[in-house]
Design a binder for this molecule. Structure first.
Ligand code: PLP
Length: 432
């Protein structure tokens, strides 16, 4: 499923030894595989091809590096955005605003105006006050704003509580039962065009079942809105999960033959259950995958600074930290850890931790790892989604550098942030 593999005991990204990149660019370093993200996009596009009119809108928030956005723009992808800043990035990367949908519960007037002037495909609204605001901004600009409403189908996606979005406990969308009334009222707002219906039930779904339930539940509603308001699209949202845990040691191909793998979501299984439901709707169908496209296409490379043994623990202290990759601290998430040079010999239960002054600053706890020492490099696998984008300057640590690999070539996707840039915008007050 991805293009990171050992060749003669050294981890390669496509045709490039990852250690060569770590030496050239320093660590912590994100490394992305162009071929992996391209292949994932194409796998999904191929699986959905039986639907006549589809648009894949890559959810830029998963990884908004210009190199990543540019790669998807080159494939003809649309984009799911959640801020005006993301729209600016997409345009900077060569993406087309007319293929952008704008999600999120808190769009400001400035953001709405900016997106409307750039001619985005649709605003996916999450409340009636937002619809009223979009109508007002559009009237001021003498424009008609294309809108869809995000329906909350009240389906539990069965994923981590911080990334479940499709139940009435969440702040997202408008309750299923209220949708017909909301569309009827929105239809009376003169500067809105009701273009579609949107849904997104959560992230990192590892089975197709919740998607199927949600789509089945939405179908009568979609048909009603199509008949009454002439909507032209339905967006299924994103949320296709990825595999974070196949042991690299046994080879990803080996894992894909296991029993666990036979249940896991894939583009083919997703399409097999959803295409028969979506195709007869006679609408344009949007998909908003984020993690699925980029998650396994990136790793975070860190260097071992110290190995600290205490009475009960083996701490591997690395130069990357929660400010570079917050997922373990934030979602208790698992990232496979692969030494860039494969080690022989036994393993030892280790805590892999960063230098930040928080006990949440860890990448793994009691993980069996080969014995490593100062100067060894480790790759935190599957760090391409919700990794670098959630980076911060906590502890005045610079944002990590990023590199993209394509075949035997590599290119800097983001230079390491110089330390002085971190406080560049800060001022020492000069009190009178
Ligand atoms: C975050 C988000 C996505 C992408 O979710 P993934 O789990 O990364 O696929 C898609 N649509 C909306 C509205 C989102 O908020």
């Amino acid at each position: 499923m991805h293009d990171f593999r050992y060749v003669n005991g050294r981890l390669f990204c496509e045709g490039v030894a990852v250690e060569a990149l770590a030496r050239e660019h320093g660590t912590p370093l994100y490394v992305y595989s162009h071929r992996t993200l391209t292949r994932h996009y194409q796998m999904l596009a191929r699986a959905l091809a039986p639907i006549e009119d589809t648009l894949i809108c890559y959810a830029a928030k998963a990884n908004s590096n210009l190199a990543v956005l540019g790669a998807f723009a080159g494939l003809g992808s649309g984009f799911d955005i959640v801020s005006a800043g993301e729209l600016r990035r997409i345009m900077a990367a060569g993406g087309d605003p007319r293929k952008c949908v704008f999600a999120g519960v808190g769009k400001t007037e400035e953001e709405i105006e900016f997106a409307l002037r750039r001619g985005i495909y649709c605003f996916n609204a999450e409340s009636e006050p937002e619809l009223a605001r979009i109508n007002r901004v559009a009237a001021r600009l003498r424009k008609v704003a294309p809108v869809a409403v995000r329906v909350n189908p009240n389906i539990d996606a069965g994923t981590h509580h911080k990334i479940t979005t499709g139940t009435y406990e969440n702040k997202f969308g408008i309750a299923f039962e209220e949708i017909p009334g909301v569309y009827a009222r929105a239809a009376r707002l003169p500067n809105l065009r009701l273009r579609g219906l949107q849904m997104h039930i959560g992230s990192q779904l590892t089975e197709v079942r919740p998607f199927e339930l949600a789509v089945r539940k939405a179908i009568p509603l979609i048909l009603e809105l199509k008949a009454r308001h002439g909507i032209e699209f339905f967006s299924v949202g994103g949320g296709i999960g990825i595999v974070y845990q196949p042991a690299l040691a046994s080879g990803p191909e080996g894992w894909w033959r296991s029993a666990a793998a036979r249940r896991i979501i894939t583009p083919e299984r997703y399409a097999a259950r959803l295409v028969p439901l979506l195709q007869p709707l006679g609408l344009r169908i949007l998909f908003e995958p984020g993690r699925f496209l980029v998650g396994n296409a990136g790793v975070l490379v860190v260097r071992v600074e110290y190995v600290k043994r205490t009475g009960t623990k083996n701490f591997v202290i690395v130069d990357g930290a929660m400010n570079d990759l917050i997922r373990p601290a934030f979602y208790d998430s698992y990232h496979e850890i692969a030494p860039l040079r494969r080690k022989s010999g036994g393993s030892i239960a280790s805590d892999v931790v960063g230098p930040i002054c928080e006990s949440g600053d860890y990448f793994a706890k009691d993980r069996p790892l080969p014995r490593v020492g100062e100067g060894d490099y480790l790759a935190l696998m599957s760090a391409g989604a919700y990794g670098s984008v959630m980076g911060s300057n906590y502890n005045t640590r610079p944002l990590a550098a990023e590199v993209m690999v394509r075949g035997r070539q590599s290119a800097v996707a983001r230079v390491r942030q110089p330390a002085a840039r971190i406080w560049e915008g800060e001022r020492l007050p000069r009190w009178a």
